[in-house]
Design a protein around this ligand. Structure first.
Ligand SMILES: Cc1ncc(COP(=O)(O)O)c(C=O)c1O
Length: 487
């Protein structure tokens, strides 16, 4: 039987213990550490004898000892196995020499959304607006991956490369941004990242010194706030309303504190989905100039804008290098591909490249080349057109369902874009109670409180619809209705 691993046993000449017992003892230890699980196939005696450079009879003796003690069993013509009757020892983390775990580990973010939760089986998950990765164009994508892999291997291009990303993808993204989003950038202004989250983290790393003030809206994207916080930033919040960030409140804040940066999602505000008005965009840019701060613009789901054409980003204006623009292909293709990008001045991109060298050296060039091929061939655009229709239908269905089933309990404004709807609970309904009841009805929702900096409950729900089919949406809304009717 072919094994992808080999047993790492050592024979000590000076041990005093017979060699066959040394082998038997080490195998017992491997089983107790959980590294050799019950039913694992053991190497053949000849193979192990060759590996350990001992006589085969010594290994047979060791195996016989282990069989006699019940650690191993033999099956005719199949070989020896770890006994299936043994308890499943869980793999122990390697303890330090003194037997203690290191005590000086720096604490990480404690936000509940940043602790990975496995998908719950059989639960309708109204997540924060993730796309449906079942829609991914896997045939053309796998073809592009194949081309990228073969081309790179033959061209000897699979070595260490540019930390800013492959030239081909930076070129394709520059072209797309210039043609479709009104930017005017070239390849030296682009750094490819593993998703927009890494783009935000890079921005945080290059902008923030300990105790710098970074502003976010009162309701904002937790992972972005925590990325800045992890770099030592002091997070300040400003109010927002249905037109986006309250620029008057921001101006007041600027007069009180030096501001280093502001993180915003102007196209589809996270989590409320509203679009920042042109007037506020201009005021924000003016304030950045006047008070000398950088705007980090996260345009995480630019493509899915349903009412009219997408609004051009802040980064498309003449901002004099004050805007760092972050984008992603997670919503267009799939989050698991991890392709995002950051757009800034060439010198800031140089700083990002230094950070990438410390984080993961560079991206996955095969993925980047495959995505570039699809962008250049117009396949990504075709795919966006296709998925746009699906998401638009799901959005319209969810709006209809909410109006029909939930109108007594919630209010909402149909979002112009994005893959989620922001529902506000009517007076008398507690979001935490509704969320707990929803789970009992096998529906998971994200309470608005999760996105807030304040301790007060936010009686609203960010209801993502992108990843749910028609049937799932219907079931999910009826599950939610049951939570309200039992109130
Ligand atoms: C507002 C916002 N920014 C950034 C991200 C990160 O996405 P990714 O890193 O997959 O591009 C998300 C993910 O949902 C998001 O909602």
């Amino acid at each position: 039987m072919l094994r992808s691993w080999s047993l790492q046993l050592t024979i000590a000449e000076t041990s005093g213990l017979p060699v066959y017992l040394q082998i038997a003892q080490q195998i017992m230890e491997e089983i107790q550490k959980g590294r050799l699980a019950p039913s694992t196939a053991m190497p053949g005696t000849r193979e192990l004898a060759e590996q350990l450079k001992v006589n085969r009879k010594t290994v047979i003796l060791a195996y016989d000892e282990l069989i006699a003690q019940g650690w191993l069993v033999t099956e005719q013509r199949r070989g020896s196995f770890v006994s299936a009757n043994l308890p499943n020892f869980t793999a122990q983390p390697q303890a330090s020499k003194t037997g203690h775990q290191p005590a000086n580990v720096v604490e990480g973010p404690t936000h509940p959304l940043l602790n990975y939760q496995s998908p719950l089986n059989g639960v309708i998950d109204f997540n924060d607006g993730i796309p449906d990765s079942r829609l991914i164009p896997f045939n053309i994508l796998s073809r592009a991956f194949r081309h990228a892999l073969i081309g790179s291997s033959k061209g000897n291009n699979l070595g260490y490369g540019d930390p800013r990303g492959t030239l081909a993808l930076r070129q394709s993204i520059a072209t797309m941004l210039n043609m479709e989003r009104g930017l005017s950038v070239d390849i030296d202004q682009i750094c490819i990242a593993r998703g927009s989250q890494m783009g935000i983290f890079l921005a945080a790393r290059i902008l923030t010194r300990p105790n710098d003030n970074v502003v976010v809206e009162q309701l904002s994207y937790p992972a972005a706030k925590e990325a800045f916080r992890s770099c030592g930033a002091n997070i300040l919040t400003v109010a927002q309303d249905k037109h986006g960030i309250d620029v008057t409140a921001l101006e007041k804040l600027c007069k009180q504190h030096p501001i280093r940066a502001i993180y915003v999602t102007p196209h589809h505000q996270f989590p409320t989905t509203v679009i920042m008005t042109a007037e506020r965009r201009l005021k924000l840019l003016m304030l950045a100039e006047q008070y000398d701060f950088t705007i980090v613009e996260d345009d995480y789901d630019h493509e899915f804008h349903f009412s009219y054409h997408p609004v051009f980003p802040l980064a498309s204006t003449n901002h004099g290098g004050r805007v760092i623009y972050v984008g992603s292909l997670s919503k267009v293709l799939a989050p698991g591909l991890r392709v995002g990008y950051l757009v800034a001045t060439p010198s800031l991109i140089g700083r990002c490249a230094q950070e990438v060298m410390l984080i993961d050296r560079q991206g996955n060039s095969i993925t980047e080349l495959a995505v570039a091929e699809l962008m250049n061939a117009g396949e990504i655009k075709r795919h966006i057109r296709k998925t746009f229709k699906v998401y638009n239908e799901r959005r319209n269905l969810l709006i209809t369902l909410i109006k029909k089933e939930l109108k007594e309990y919630v209010t909402f404004d149909a979002p112009d874009g994005g893959l989620a709807i922001w529902l506000r609970l009517k007076e008398g309904y507690e979001i935490e109670t509704v969320a707990a009841k929803a789970l009992a009805h096998k529906v998971r929702i994200l309470p608005g409180t999760l996105f807030s900096e304040s301790q007060q409950s936010v009686h609203a729900i960010r209801l993502g619809f992108g990843s749910l089919t028609t049937a799932e949406l219907e079931k999910g809304v009826l599950g939610l209705k049951a939570c309200f009717t039992q109130h």
